[in-house]
Design a protein around this ligand. Structure first.
Ligand code: ATP
Length: 355
């Protein structure tokens, strides 16, 4: 873990008290209800909350402890907000070059060029911000943050101000940053979909405290957290495309849960994919079903189960080296006497491709 921090901050009504160890690359998402302190956490990391007491180390460098406080402009932080906040009187290129001037790097253009490429904004360089769509403005803001050669990229709900179509336009660019840059990103979001698509690591906050932290798959599979009770509760499974059958468009993906079959469109063999399995699309049977239309039937063991609302039970299933969530009716749970430790057959009706 190469980002380590522990902080306390008191604001009267609100207090924050947490410690975290986050990976030095990839996306750590911060998830939690409004007002729980997500933005405050990012501001502390950027050095913008002077009253926060604690320490922060990023990649072996100390940015804050009892003896020192590196001021915000000397921290190699890229910060992307919900609003793109570009300079209106500068062209896109002018905005990017401004970012470069503030950079702590060696001042060459290679990172700027890379940022332009990664965000696909070369054709926009001569335009002013008002000549860009909201999504394009946000891509420029992200490129500007990257051009500063940050050691840490903070993204505070970067897609929240955009409509559904624009959000889906930008997500692939964020996925690309994730794939191609070795850069830790802290991503605050209210969107379960964004978190499922982008995050490797997940921090769940509540009322200024860390409620849960760990790999995305582990935290999503915790039945004691409120996120498992949300309607869209799902499991995210990483895999590699193993086969594509052009006769019916079925892709076979090798995953920790074993081979998963799904109609995902044509994909290249060997391509890594991130799959989403909704808890409501997973059911269980005590005996192996015969002649089922369901493409994926796998031996599984119930690891844990929790009542949800009046009529549902959520099961956490161990399937191979993976876990799957399955939401079944309370009646089925009673009639099949479902309980922890029981061996069952998991049936996965539909697997979606994330990204
Ligand atoms: N400048 C400020 N002065 C006083 N209190 C503040 C200030 N900024 C935020 N707060 C309070 O601190 C708490 C944490 O706010 P913060 O913005 O970090 O939450 P958040 O989780 O990012 O919320 P949201 O998801 O709504 O953006 C809230 O109770 C908020 O009202």
């Amino acid at each position: 873990m190469s980002i380590e921090l522990a902080f306390r901050l008191d604001r009267g009504d609100f207090s924050l008290d947490l410690s975290l160890a986050l990976p030095g690359a990839g996306v750590s998402a911060v998830f939690g209800p409004s007002g729980c302190g997500k933005t405050t956490l990012l501001r502390i990391m950027a050095g913008l909350e002077r009253s926060a007491v604690g320490h922060l180390r990023v990649g072996g460098r100390t940015w804050q402890d009892v003896n020192q406080f590196v001021p915000p402009h000397r921290r190699a932080v890229g910060y992307v907000f919900q609003e793109p906040s570009l300079f209106p009187h500068r062209s896109v290129e002018g905005n990017l070059r401004y970012g470069l001037r503030r950079s702590q790097g060696n001042g060459d253009n290679s990172r700027l060029e890379q940022s332009i490429e990664l965000l696909g904004i070369r054709h926009l360089l001569a335009r002013r911000p008002h000549q860009l769509s909201g999504g394009e403005q946000q891509r420029v803001a992200i490129a500007r943050a990257l051009a500063m050669e940050p050691a840490l990229l903070l993204l505070d709900e970067p897609l929240a101000g955009l409509d559904e179509a624009r959000r889906h336009e930008i997500l692939p660019y964020l996925e690309r940053l994730h794939r191609e840059l070795v850069l830790p990103m802290i991503y605050v979001s209210h969107s379960r979909e964004e978190v499922a698509r982008l995050a490797d690591h997940l921090v769940v906050m509540d009322n200024g405290r860390v409620q849960a932290e760990g790999s995305l798959t582990d935290v999503f599979a915790r039945l004691d957290l409120a996120i498992a009770g949300q309607p869209g509760a799902e499991t995210v499974i990483e895999g590699v495309v193993d086969d594509y059958d052009p006769r019916d468009g079925v892709v076979r993906v090798n995953s920790d849960a074993g081979p998963l079959h799904a109609v995902l469109g044509q994909l290249e063999t060997g391509q890594p994919v991130r799959l989403q399995v909704q808890a409501r699309d997973v059911s269980v049977a005590l005996t192996a079903p015969q002649d089922s239309s369901i493409l994926n039937v796998m031996p599984a063991r119930i690891e844990d189960l929790a009542e949800q609302g009046a009529g549902h039970v959520m099961l956490r299933l161990r399937v191979g080296d993976a876990v799957l969530l399955a939401r079944v009716s309370r009646r089925s749970a009673r009639e099949l006497s479902l309980q922890s430790g029981l061996e069952v057959h998991a049936q996965v009706k539909s697997v979606a491709l994330l990204g």
